[in-house]
Design a protein around this ligand. Structure first.
Ligand code: 13P
Length: 261
């Protein structure tokens, strides 16, 4: 699969929410709006338990499936982990790697993020690598330094053609689940930095084609102004992705914003 930022990329990270029946219900509702949202790339990222059941529903549609985590080994005695082949088997095209909640509560580091990215790429699963600064880092002027380190170490040893298959999600920690959103200007500043960093490291093509998502309290009311920014190519949505109305509305706002860019 090749990636393009010619249309907005709208992904719903359901985190640890939804039983199987609830998950199927939500996907059925999203499927009803598939035509209205067809000018965007829609990805649902449910908990593991619902993956293959959802895949059965979306198989023939434009909606794509993602997982919230991955392990780097092929198989083995790793209780509680999930192998890349298992995600492939369940129908995943995408996988979130290094979400701030995994870094914060489950000890993930740039080094483990790097191993996971390499493993996902090897199995043709497209990584969505999450990066972002804490409130303290922002307030002490360390945002760029943090993001730079996460990019350098997370992408260590990955060649430009492979980097083109990686989506970057900028999710400032202080904006996740807090109702506080980065302003479009604040988000654009970091997105532009990320793109320039990719260009500097991997060349013009990789930089200009990169899909860079914003995440952190995205909702229908702020999606348009965020997505209208030059370097914001989509959204990674938590809370507002748990209801079909708000998720679909965000996709429609993103499409409008892209039309006006
Ligand atoms: P919220 O949209 O709930 O702030 O979550 C963002 C997020 O973490 C998506 O991965």
């Amino acid at each position: 699969m090749t990636l393009s930022n010619k249309k907005p990329f709208i992904a719903g990270n359901w985190k640890m929410f939804k039983t199987i029946p609830e998950a199927l219900e939500l996907v059925k509702e999203i499927l009803l709006a598939v035509e209205e949202t067809s000018s965007s790339e829609i990805v649902v990222i449910p908990p593991y338990t619902a993956l293959s059941r959802i895949q059965d529903l979306i198989r023939d549609s434009a909606i794509k499936l993602g997982a919230q985590n991955i392990f780097w080994e092929e198989e083995g005695a790793f209780t509680g982990e999930i192998a890349p082949t298992m995600l492939k088997d369940a129908g995943c095209d995408y996988v979130v790697i290094g979400h701030s909640e995994r870094r914060q509560y489950f000890g993930e580091t740039n080094a483990t993020v790097n191993k996971k990215i390499q493993s996902a790429l090897k199995h043709k699963i497209l990584p969505i690598m999450c990066i972002g600064e804490s409130l303290e880092e922002r307030e002490t002027g360390k945002t760029i330094e943090k993001v730079k380190k996460q990019i350098n170490e997370g992408l260590e040893g990955i060649n430009p053609e492979e980097v083109e298959k990686i989506i970057i999600a900028y999710e400032p920690l202080w904006a996740i689940g807090t109702g506080l959103t980065a302003s479009p200007e604040q988000a654009q500043e970091i997105h532009s930095y990320i793109r320039s960093k990719l260009t500097e490291k991997y060349g013009n093509k990789t930089g200009s084609c990169a899909i860079i998502l914003y995440g952190g309290s995205v909702k229908p009311a702020n999606a348009f102004s965020l997505l209208k920014e030059k370097d914001i190519n989509g959204a990674l949505i938590g809370g507002a992705a748990l209801k079909s109305e708000s998720f679909i509305e965000i996709a429609k706002e993103a499409i409008k914003a892209y039309e006006e860019k």
